[in-house]
Design a protein around this ligand. Structure first.
Ligand code: URA
Length: 222
């Protein structure tokens, strides 16, 4: 697997420079999750992590950008508007959400406070890369048949480099993992033109059908 920044953010340590980086021997996802929960956020915003959710050994792992407001409040990934859209599409193509693993590239909600509102802020490339060790370790424990990058931030985290979604949409490899690149469901919510929105929605549904088939084919081959 392409390795990069084989580091883990030090507990209660925001610097995470070479001197403080270390690579612990982790035996389970639960152990990794305990470290993530005990660590300081690496982005300004929420102070607690939203962990990945789903069974170890799930055939498909979905990776999003970061928890949003609702995810942070409920402590679960993809439960807000984008998550509801994703759930609807998964149901439509016959993927049971309880069978898949869902996580984020960045484990904390990065936001800026404006009055009572918490406004989502996109993580920088540096922030995404600093979270990357956790994500790759998480996937090593889950061992999915296919890893789906939802949007540009997840693609950056999984590929280790910024890639255009439109030019790279579809099957790929993320290190040792068969992968798939597609848009983030929140993109579909933001398309202003109704016809374009419907087209984008259908393209996303078509992607999810391909993902389901690829996961099945990988399972048969295993
Ligand atoms: N968007 C994401 O990328 N992840 C979530 O968990 C929710 C919204």
């Amino acid at each position: 697997m392409r390795r990069q920044e084989a580091t883990i953010p030090g507990k209660r340590n925001l610097k995470n420079d070479a001197a403080t980086a270390f690579e612990p021997e982790l035996k389970s996802l639960a152990e990794l999750n305990r470290i993530i929960q005990a660590s300081e956020p690496l982005v300004p915003g929420a102070d607690h992590a939203v962990l990945g959710e789903g069974p170890v050994g799930a055939g498909i792992a979905f990776v999003g950008e970061q928890p949003g407001d609702q995810e942070d409040l409920q402590g679960r990934p993809f439960v807000g508007p984008a998550g509801q859209l994703l759930d609807g599409v998964l149901e439509k193509v016959g993927i049971d959400r309880s069978d898949v693993y869902v996580t984020n590239a960045v484990k904390h909600f990065k936001f800026e406070r404006r009055g009572k509102r918490r406004i989502h802020q996109k993580p920088t490339t540096g922030e995404v890369k600093r979270y990357r060790w956790w994500l790759m370790k998480e996937l090593e424990f889950v061992r999915p048949q296919i890893v789906v990058a939802l949007g540009a931030t997840a693609t950056l985290a999984l590929a280790g480099e910024a890639l255009s979604i439109s030019q790279n949409r579809g099957e790929t490899m993320f290190g040792e993992f068969p992968g798939f690149i597609t848009v983030h469901p929140s993109f579909l919510l933001r398309v202003p033109d109704e016809d374009a929105k419907a087209r984008e929605y259908e393209a996303f549904v078509a992607d999810m059908k391909k993902v389901r088939k690829l996961a099945k084919a990988q399972k048969r081959a295993a």
